[in-house]
Design a protein around this ligand. Sequence first.
Ligand code: ZN
Length: 151
Amino acid sequence: MTQRPYRLIASCALFLTTSISFAGSCDLVINSDDKMIFDKSELKIASSCKEVKLTLNHTGTLPVAAMGHNWVLSETSKVRSIANAGMNAGPDNAYIKPDDERVIAHTKLIGGGETTTITFKTDKLTAGADYSFFCSFPGHSGVMKGKFLFS
Ligand code: ZN
């Protein structure tokens, strides 16, 4: 007898979550895991968005030191140099060179089971320009990357 009301609540919660994600077109959610994968290879934002809210989830269980992930946004041509500078900056700087001007936005580095959300303004972005997102943890940017479309 207790199952039925529970199921009703669960489906209401699901409906609510779906509605919210459709309503906020300036909101992005991306998931990462222990397999070193982002669940999206492309993120799209309308240039009418003045601000973007991005949430990064790490659905794995490995600690940040072994399988840390972040989300870094830059021009596509600068991904490699930012990742290299991040590697040199080391774990104390969460693999991002402090005040790296090439970085447009980035989250903190998180481990399994963690979530982080950032909000950034789009005034530095040019509609139609070539942007990419990636994870700057050493060795991850080769596979953990995707296109960021702002148009
Ligand atoms: Zn990573």
